[in-house]
Every structure is written in structure tokens, then in C-alpha cells.
Design a protein around this ligand. Structure first.
Ligand code: LRH
Ligand code: MN
Length: 431
């Protein structure tokens, strides 16, 4: 296996130390759930199968527009980003895929990159295009938009970039392209709201036409930023309409931070599932705007309610239901590896809690309009400490009972600090 990895022995040693306490806690939870008619084994296997992809851009310090304060041992290229992603997977065993972003992760030889990932036991999930930044020597600027720009030459350049991302994705074994565009306006009147959407649809149709077999096209909506008056794909409505216009391979991607405060995101998820247009997620959390904070760090109940919709759709074997789960976070005050590990576990926790929902009781209370009892069913599931079940899933998959403790005991960050001399960069974020 390439690169430094955390000693297998250290993981085993730490797991041995925690084995008896873990067994006791797991047995206690098992008895609790048994009394509720829930088979902990089925839930553990379900959690073990769960996978969420890591963003390559998440293992570095993201920064904000006010500044970026790089930490020690930052990855300097995509190969080092893969090393760090591999450590997350080694310890939590639920993140076997990474989602790359172009041109941030562009390399000469994508075959070599694919092999490097495979050597780490990683594969590639959806690829992300970027027509929200101008690259050196780029012919046309995206200052006034990209796929919806008024100038056909700019739109053609943006379409070409997305087709190049598909080519790179094919070489990496990916099967989906995520398109988030910053296109929009800062002033009323600056943009014709309808013609901008029409131009976007025409450009996306050109990209859609070039999708290889088995590929999907994920449309990512966002309410605002960097546009502060109107964003072309501002909400799930615009995204859904566009995905329906484009065709069956086009689906909507829900980034949890891309909604106005207090929007009921679990209801948006329920709608997109019902109309077979849920393509996937960018998990993170936020208190105000697109804060890209760690998943479950601010509103774990919302994350639970989203998984309540997802696990119901899975149980009901809704056709066309196979969302891509990805994390999209920006780490500014934590070690990105620690944040990605704890976020992956927080997402698994929301799934595990949702699996404990007594669906029959919930439906009965709903039919009887017994609101408090219905909420009570959800609260019981949400308030169950599923920690032992998550730890058991990690243990069975070769991971660590206590990922954070093992990571800190491994000295991985200090080793990378020594290995990766940093070039001073104090610019703004992101990446
Ligand atoms: C936009 C976004 C999008 C990415 C970028 C890194 O806010 O969520 O998914 O391309 O962050
Ligand atoms: Mn996103």
C-alpha cells in the first residue's frame, strides 16, 4: 500500500484496549433494541454497507474570503490528498470513494491517478466541474457567468470544460458529473431571469448529450453566493425543472448548506425521492449561510430527519433510488482529517438512528393525527445512543473503535508536517 499509513498494529492495540467496554455497551444496546423489536444485527450490517465519498478539496484548509490559515502538513497535490483520504477510510471504513474537482485535481496521467487511488483502496465518485473561477491563460472570463453567459463563446468554453471533466472521470472510473455554477446577478435588471435559465438549459443539454452510458448528471442548486440578488439554479425548484427538461440521467444534488435558513430540507428530499430526481448529497452543516461546517455539528436532528426519508425510501425499495452520498465541507479551525472522520461517523449515526424508527407505530400515529406520539417515535430513535453499533460496524470492517484517539496517537499529522514543507500562501480561500 502506497504512502505512510497508520500502523495496523496501533489500531489493533487500541481496539484490544477498548474491546471489553465495547462488548458490554453493544450487548446493552442489543438488549434495549430487542425489547423494541429491533434486530441490532440487521442495523449493524446496514450501517456497515453505507458509503459516503470524501471531497478531495476537504483534506486541505478551505479558507474563507477573509483569509486562509493553512495547518501543518497540508496536502500539496491530489496524490497527497488521496493519502489523507486513505487515512480517514482506514480508521472509519465508510469512505471508500473520493470526489475530485477539476482543474484543482487535474493531472497529466489520469490512469496513474486511478492506480494511486486503488493502491490506497480508494475509488472515484462523482467528478466536479469548475466554471466559477478563471484559470491562468483562460480565453474567456466567467465574471458574468459560464453556462448561462450571454456570450456563446463563454458558454462554449464552459461546455468544453465539462466535457473534459467527463473524459477525466471516464479515465478515473467515475460515473457522474456534478455541475454547480455560480452564475447569477447582483442587481435587479442585471440579468434576464428567463433567458439566463434558457441559456443554462441549452448548455446543459450539450453536456447531457455527451454523457457516457451509465453516467448521471447532478445539478447542484444554491440560493446565493457569489451572486447576491439572483442565482440561475437557486433552489430545488429550478434544479428539478432543469433535470426534468434534460432527461432521465439528470438528477438533483442537495448540498445541505445551499438553502435559506430554516428551509425544510427533509421535505425537499422527500419530494425529489417521490419524483425520482434525487441524485445525491453534499453533506455539511450550517447556522447561517453556506458555512460548510462539519456534518451534524449544528443541527444533527435535521440530518436525522433527512435520513428518516432516505431509509424509508430504501426500505420501500423505491425504484430509481440510489443517491450518491458525498461530503462537501471546508475546514478552517480543525485538522481536516479529524473533521472528515467525525463527520462521516455523524452521517452514519443519522442513518443508524433512522433505522431504529418504528415505522408501523409512526404511520399509525400519523393516520390517527396523534402528533405528539408521532414525534415521540422519531425522538425515541434520535435519542438512542447508537455509538456501540457504529463502533461495531467499524470494528467488523477493520477500522478503529476510537478513530480520533488512534489518529492522534499515530502522529500522522506531525509526520506529514515533516514530509510536506509548505509554501507560504496567505491568500483568500477556497483551495
Ligand atoms: C459550492 C459548492 C460546490 C463546489 C464547491 C467546492 O458552494 O458547494 O459543490 O463545487 O462548493
Ligand atoms: Mn457542494
Amino acid at each position: 500500500m502506497a504512502g505512510y499509513r497508520i500502523e495496523g498494529g496501533l489500531i489493533e492495540e487500541q481496539n484490544r484496549k477498548g474491546a471489553s467496554a465495547h462488548a458490554e455497551d453493544l450487548a446493552h444496546l442489543g438488549r434495549q433494541l430487542e425489547r423494541r423489536g429491533i434486530d441490532i444485527e440487521r442495523a449493524t450490517l446496514r450501517v456497515q454497507r453505507f458509503e459516503v465519498a470524501l471531497p478531495t478539496w476537504g483534506v486541505g484548509t478551505g479558507g474563507t474570503r477573509f483569509g486562509r490559515f493553512p495547518g501543518p502538513g497540508e496536502p500539496r497535490n491530489v496524490f497527497e490528498k488521496l493519502e489523507d483520504c486513505a487515512v480517514v477510510q482506514q480508521l472509519v471504513r465508510t469512505t471508500p470513494a473520493v470526489s475530485p474537482h477539476f482543474p484543482w485535481d487535474t493531472v497529466e496521467d489520469f490512469g496513474e491517478l486511478r492506480e494511486a487511488a486503488a493502491a490506497h483502496g480508494l475509488r472515484f465518485d462523482a467528478v466536479n466541474s469548475n466554471t466559477f473561477q478563471d484559470q491562468p491563460r483562460q480565453r474567456h472570463s466567467y465574471k458574468f457567468g459560464s453556462l448561462s453567459h450571454t456570450d456563446p463563446a463563454v458558454r462554449a468554453q464552459a461546455v468544453a470544460h465539462n466535457l473534459a471533466c467527463i473524459e477525466a472521470g471516464r479515465a478515473l472510473g467515475s460515473q457522474a458529473l456534478t455541475v454547480w455554477i455560480a452564475d447569477g446577478a447582483n442587481f435587479p435588471g442585471q440579468q434576464d431571469l428567463t433567458r439566463a435559465f434558457e441559456r443554462y438549459l441549452a448548455s446543459m443539454a450539450e453536456i447531457y448529450a455527451e454523457l457516457p452510458n451509465g453516467w448521471q448528471l447532478f445539478l447542484e442548486h444554491k440560493l446565493y453566493e457569489p451572486a447576491f440578488y439572483a442565482t440561475v439554479i437557486s433552489d430545488w425548484g429550478s434544479s428539478y425543472l432543469a433535470a426534468r427538461e434534460l432527461g432521465p440521467k439528470a438528477k438533483c444534488l442537495v448540498d445541505l448548506g445551499h438553502h435559506a435558513p430554516n428551509v425544510n430540507i427533509e421535505q425537499i428530499v422527500a419530494r425529489l425521492i417521490q419524483f425520482k430526481k434525487l441524485g445525491g448529497f453534499h453533506f455539511n452543516d450550517s447556522k447561517y449561510g453556506d458555512d460548510d461546517l462539519d456534518a451534524g455539528a449544528i443541527d444533527p436532528f435535521q440530518l436525522f430527519l433527512i435520513f428518516a426519508e432516505l431509509s424509508a425510501a430504501e426500505d420501500d425499495r423505491r425504484d430509481g433510488f440510489a443517491p450518491a452520498y458525498m461530503i462537501d465541507q471546508s475546514h478552517n479551525v480543525t485538522d481536516p482529517i479529524e473533521s472528515l472522520m467525525t463527520s462521516a461517523v455523524a452521517i452514519q449515526r443519522a442513518l443508524a438512528q433512522a433505522l431504529l424508527i418504528d415505522r408501523a407505530a409512526l404511520q399509525a400515529h400519523q393516520e390517527a393525527n396523534d402528533a405528539l406520539q408521532a414525534l415521540g417515535v422519531l425522538r425515541q430513535a434520535f435519542q438512542t445512543d447508537v455509538g456501540p453499533l457504529l463502533a461495531e460496524a467499524r470494528l467488523r470492517s477493520g477500522g478503529a473503535l476510537e478513530p480520533l484517539a488512534v489518529y492522534r496517537a499515530s502522529g500522522y499529522r506531525a509526520r506529514k508536517h515533516a514530509e510536506r514543507p509548505q509554501t507560504a500562501s496567505f491568500g483568500g480561500g477556497i483551495v
